[in-house]
Design a protein around this ligand. Structure first.
Ligand SMILES: NC(=O)C1=CN([C@@H]2O[C@H](COP(=O)(O)OP(=O)(O)OC[C@H]3O[C@@H](n4cnc5c(N)ncnc54)[C@H](O)[C@@H]3O)[C@@H](O)[C@H]2O)C=CC1
Ligand SMILES: O=C(O)C1=N[C@H](C(=O)O)C[C@H](O)C1
Length: 231
């Protein structure tokens, strides 16, 4: 498979290494305006760029009829618009706040735990994420996904970074050198605490998941999620 990398930083480089090991070819390593390139020789594009560039990168792929996988976080207020454009252009698109198999299993656990905890009002829920100090957005896309899953399966009405009001889930974001990505969901009462945690030991899980998604989508059209790919 011929892959165009939109963004060639920590994730782009990890994807290049793992994709090459799986027999794929990297035909573009793009760090500037993707509209300057003719992507037609790529079978698929994988976007791990920056929040300000993601929407433009993704919709340019729809224009150029190249299936696109995006893991860039921090641009999600434009996700619905991207989905509309994908449908108009008959494109192919998967966005995931986290492509690793482990986190996608963790998402299922998070949904189930929220459902189980719903009747037990003595417990208060909170989310903590820890990432490396170069991360541009806070909270992480994964923490936002976790919060949204809890909201769907509980009486919580929203989430807030640091200082949550009544009925909202507090989300804490810590930045520590070299941490690839750690997420914890906690339910605390006076009597005890229940914690679930996912710790990424490297970026390989994110990169492998994005490559598997790219292999899966290459001959399809439509808007999909990692649930379609993995389960
Ligand atoms: N969904 C997931 O599983 C994961 C998502 N991420 C997200 O992916 C994004 C990238 O993460 P990293 O690789 O760690 O960041 P990074 O900062 O190492 O790399 C970003 C790259 O994008 C490039 N870039 C800047 N403007 C661009 C443009 N207009 N078009 C294309 N490329 C452009 C930069 O030059 C740089 O090479 C972040 O939003 C991060 O949160 C990171 C890891 C996993
Ligand atoms: O920026 C990162 O590094 C990561 N970003 C994603 C996020 O915002 O959830 C996924 C992963 O945790 C690493």
């Amino acid at each position: 498979m011929k892959i165009a990398l939109l963004g060639y930083g920590r994730m782009g480089k990890t994807i290049e290494r793992l994709a090459t090991e799986r027999g794929h070819e990297i035909v573009f390593k793009i760090k500037d305006d993707v509209a300057n390139y003719d992507l037609s020789k790529a079978d698929v594009a994988i976007d791990f760029s920056v929040p300000d560039a993601a929407f433009h990168n993704i919709t340019t792929c729809f224009e150029q009829q190249v299936p696109v996988i995006s893991g860039t976080t921090g641009w999600l207020e434009k996700y619905d618009e991207a989905v509309e454009i994908c449908k108009e252009k008959n494109g192919a698109f998967i966005y995931a706040s986290n492509f690793s198999l482990g986190v996608n299993l963790f998402f299922e656990l998070n949904r189930k735990l929220a459902e189980m905890m719903r009747p037990f009002k003595d417990y208060s829920v909170s989310i903590e994420e820890i990432h490396h100090t170069q991360k541009l957005d806070a909270p992480s896309g994964t923490a936002i996904s976790l919060a949204e899953q809890i909201i769907e399966n509980s009486d919580k009405k929203g989430w807030k970074l640091d200082h949550a009001a009544e009925g909202e889930i507090p989300v804490r974001a810590k930045r520590i050198e070299n941490v690839p990505g750690t997420h914890m969901v906690s339910y605390d009462s006076k009597i005890d605490s229940i914690n679930i945690e996912h710790i990424a030991h490297s970026r390989e899980g994110f990169a492998l998941g994005a490559i598997v998604a790219a292999e899966w989508i290459r001959d399809k059209t439509g808007v999909f999620t990692m649930k379609d790919v993995l389960f």
